[in-house]
Each structure stands twice: as C-alpha cells, then as structure tokens.
Design a protein around this ligand. Structure first.
Ligand code: IPE
Ligand code: IPE
Ligand code: MG
Ligand code: MG
Ligand code: MG
Length: 296
C-alpha cells in the first residue's frame, strides 16, 4: 500500500531531520521554532519522490536521504513564510498552530531563513554516496527550483494576483505559470533529484522531469480543490480561503468540476511520462494516484 510506503519513508526522513535539528549550537527559541516547523505532521511527499525516483535506478534510500531531507527543509520554510500575516495569514498548519502563531512573526521569519540555509548545508554535505559534482548539481537545481524563477517567484505571482495588483484578471496561462513556479518547481525537482543522484541518462532525467511537471500541476489543483471543498479538520489547515482572498486558481477560473477534469488530465500525463521505466515505476504511479485522491 502506498500510504504505508509513504509512512515508512516519512519516518526515516523525520528521524534524520530530528537529529540534524539538534546537531549545531542553535539559540533555544530558534531551534524550537525550527522543530515546530519541520516535525509533527506533513505528508513528506517531496522527500518520498526523491527517494522513489532514486529507487528507480536502484539507489538505496540511505543514499538519497540527505537530498530528500534537504528538500523537505526548503518546503517547510516555504510553508512557515506562506502562513505569515503578511502573506496568507494562516493560524493552523498540519493541524497545529502555525509557527508565527506559536512563537511570533520575527521568530517565524528567522526559522524560515534558517531552514532554507540548512537545506543547502545538507545538500552540499559530502556523503559517501554523493560525489561532489553530484552535490553541486543538486544544489544548483534545488536553488533554481526554490528561487526567483521557481517557488519564490510563484509566491510573488500568487500574492500579487490575490491583492489584485497584477494582472487584473488572471487568465489560464497566467495561472498555469504561477502554479508551475509556486508548487510545480519543487515537486519537479524532487523527481529529478533521484535521477541526478543516480547519474541517470539525460533521457531518463527528462522523463522524470516531465513526470514531476504534471504531478506538480495535479498537486496544486488538488490543494485548491481541498481549499474549496475539503474539511478543515481533515485537511489540517483553514479552507475556503482562496476565493475570499481572490487567489488565482484553476478552481476559481473554471469551477470545481472542470478543475477536477484538469486534475485527471495532469495525472494521466504524469503517468504517461513514466512509460519508459515500465513496472519499475509502479510506486511513482501510485504516488500520482495518491496526489489525485488525497483528502489532506
Ligand atoms: C502544501 O504542501 C503547500 C502546497 C504546495 C500546496 P503539502 O500539502 O505537501 O503540505 P504538507 O507538507 O503535507 O503539510
Ligand atoms: C503555497 O500555496 C505554496 C507554497 C509555496 C508554500 P498555498 O498557499 O495554496 O498553500 P497552503 O494551502 O497554504 O498549504
Ligand atoms: Mg500561499
Ligand atoms: Mg497558504
Ligand atoms: Mg492552498
């Protein structure tokens, strides 16, 4: 079962991250806020994708764990900042108070900063499994996925549209670009990372990149459907906020039924990209099924 498989990977990643978060001398308040941001909840889908895309090439979980954990740090930082009053102003995340609610704004900003830098500390850490040129490539791809033309750029488009600055009426192309950057870039990187770690061929990397692109789109449509239709207690965060905030989403533009059809198309395209890997990609296909069917 995919959920058991996901839970086992989540355990490995959490144990690893818990150790890392206690490693260095960190001011107590900052350490506590970082632990709050990272541990306790979270599907750990992105590290799972790193681990499973590596497993396609028989790279063991142990050898993919550092890259997987590094990406989860970037993701957790993005959530801490996303929830801040100046951004989405959310008080509940993963069924618990958001970091700024449990601590305060400045602590949340610093915890996010420290998680982002920790991600690159981990990704550049020499390990017996990752040669320095592999680490450098992973760092470069992760930086690009996280930064101005990736997640951070996407967050800018998301907030700009929500505040009705730019553009006045978001169209489909704008929403597609926004989602590919905001959510797609990190998920795409997760799928590419396993190929880079395993020194796979350019064609194999390309197939995983295409899988990740469609999966990222599916993931954000599912998130937006959960916001529109989900149960807040199950989802673990407030729902019904996107429409109220005027967010540019496919659900808002097309309505939930058409958005669900787009979700199914993205799922089909994601699975089609895995064809070259045959049955070895069954776990990644199951991950795509999970993204479509998820209720949290
Ligand atoms: C939420 O991501 C933020 C989006 C990109 C939509 P997840 O749904 O993966 O959040 P966690 O890590 O499982 O809490
Ligand atoms: C945020 O998208 C994606 C990030 C880059 C953090 P959302 O704002 O829709 O994510 P949720 O719904 O708060 O998890
Ligand atoms: Mg947001
Ligand atoms: Mg948000
Ligand atoms: Mg959302």
């Amino acid at each position: 079962m995919l959920v058991d498989h996901l839970a086992r990977a989540a355990d490995r990643v959490e144990t690893y991250l818990s150790g890392v978060l206690d490693e260095d001398a960190t001011p107590d308040r900052l350490r506590k806020a970082m632990r709050h941001a990272v541990l306790g909840g979270g599907k750990r889908l992105r590290p799972f994708l790193v681990i499973e895309s590596a497993a396609l090439f028989d790279t063991p979980t142990d050898d993919a764990l550092t890259a997987a954990a590094a990406l989860e740090c970037v993701h957790c930082y993005s959530l801490v900042h996303d929830d801040l009053p100046a951004m989405d102003n959310d008080t509940v995340r993963r069924g618990r108070p958001t970091v700024w609610t449990a601590f305060d704004d400045w602590t949340a900003i610093l915890a996010g900063d420290a998680l982002l830098t920790l991600a690159f500390e981990l990704a550049s850490r020499p390990t017996p499994a990752a040669h320095p040129d592999v680490c450098a490539k992973l760092c470069n791809l992760m930086a690009r996925a996280a930064g101005r033309a990736g997640m951070v750029g996407g967050q800018c488009l998301d907030l700009d549209a929500g505040k009705r600055n730019e553009p006045a009426t978001p169209d489909r192309a704008h929403i597609a670009r926004l989602q590919a950057m905001k959510t797609g870039a990190l998920i795409r990187y997760a799928c590419e990372a396993g190929a880079v770690l395993s020194r796979a061929s350019d064609e194999e990397l390309e197939s995983l990149s295409t899988f990740g692109k469609h999966l990222g789109l599916a993931f954000q449509i599912a998130d937006d459907l959960l916001d529109a239709e989900g149960d807040a207690a199950t989802v673990g965060k407030a729902t019904g906020k996107d429409a109220a905030a005027g967010k540019a989403t496919l659900v808002g533009l097309l309505g939930p039924d058409q958005a669900r059809r787009e979700l199914n198309t993205a799922h089909r395209n994601a699975c089609a990209a895995l064809a070259p890997f045959g049955a070895k990609a069954d776990t990644l296909k199951a991950a795509a099924d999970f993204v479509v069917a998820r209720d949290r």
